[in-house]
Design a protein around this ligand. Sequence first.
Ligand SMILES: Cc1cc2nc3c(=O)[nH]c(=O)nc-3n(C[C@H](O)[C@H](O)[C@H](O)COP(=O)(O)OP(=O)(O)OC[C@H]3O[C@@H](n4cnc5c(N)ncnc54)[C@H](O)[C@@H]3O)c2cc1C
Length: 376
Amino acid sequence: MTSDAVVIGAGIVGAACAAELAAQGMTVQVLDAAGIGGGATAAGMGHLVVMNDSPAELALSRYSRELWLALAPALREEDAFVRCGTLWVAADEEEWDAALALRHAFANAQVRTELLDAAALQECEPALAAPLAGGLLVADDAIVYAPRAAQWLLEHSLGCRNIQVRLGCEVRSVVSGEVRLASGECVKTGLIVIANGLAAQRLVPTLPIRPKKGHLLITDRYSGYIRHQILELGYIKSAHQSEGASVAFNAQPRPTGQILLGSSRQFDTLDRAVEWPVLMRMVERASRYLPSLPSLNAMRTWTGFRAATPDGLPLVGPAGEALAGVWIAAGHEGLGVTTSLATAKLLAAQICGVPAAIDLAPYRVDRFSVEAGREV
Ligand SMILES: Cc1cc2nc3c(=O)[nH]c(=O)nc-3n(C[C@H](O)[C@H](O)[C@H](O)COP(=O)(O)OP(=O)(O)OC[C@H]3O[C@@H](n4cnc5c(N)ncnc54)[C@H](O)[C@@H]3O)c2cc1C
């Protein structure tokens, strides 16, 4: 079996990269050790959100959210795309100032927002605690069921006829022009895309990726309990804490009427077990914002691992001189569903040697090599 390109990983990032390369006319083999949309893609919340931790994060997430909005009409009901918007909640004056700053940054990036005072916030989401200082509504943010969206990209996107998916194919190593499978098979190709999330580091050990564990909880069906994905403004601080365990309020209304509750962040563990003390902290935190939350029935809890880089931005570009023809699309941390489509566009632009829609430099793999042997 030969193809123009081999993509390793059928998570949302690998699927998006394969779909983009296939749409450009390349034949693409996608190899995954397990199934489509497993890994972090199955574990996450699927919130499609513009984030502003850095100008590069804002540029990438905004670009990618626009790509999702453009793709949305083609998606199926089972992909569960809903433009529910994000409601950033300010608990006090300090967070209200953060809402104003976020609004300013978003305005500069042409991201539409609406500032809500305390009364408007209460009207918008009556289940929220009162009084809160106010909120910032980002109406064009959305949610999607990422594992299904990954399957759509591989099996229904424009160039899907050019894509061959091979599941149960664990990749053991990669050299220029060749992918070696655990079965002993060698797949030869001119172009290799490493998009296997956290496990990318096993194939390229120098990649600066650390696991960041997260807990999630889903409730029974409570249709209309909340209507927007609601996050506390303190979430941004918590999301980028680099040590210890942190929790923040993040609640999502699923199209089924269930409430998906996040999120926690812990470094330096690969233990999949649900940790009750962390989960309790998460629920307690959420209950400050949704006081009736403890009366809802929880159906399931689980954990997942984000692939975090030192600066919180993904690695998108050539793997380096020693691995000619090998490309990386990994390290998307807690935003990989959102940024998958833009990642694929940026990767394809570099591969095809055409200009990209946004500056590529902040995401290049070699941005860390300057520090090689020291920081990274
Ligand atoms: C708790 C939590 C909440 C999140 N919430 C959000 C959110 O709301 N919004 C958002 O945008 N992002 C969110 N994320 C982040 C997002 O889920 C990830 O960034 C994204 O799913 C990463 O996709 P991926 O394709 O890079 O990796 P993965 O989904 O991990 O896929 C990697 C694939 O590679 C395969 N693989 C691994 N090793 C090999 C190998 N050696 N050979 C072959 N195949 C291999 C795996 O089987 C897997 O299918 C969240 C993540 C977590 C953990």
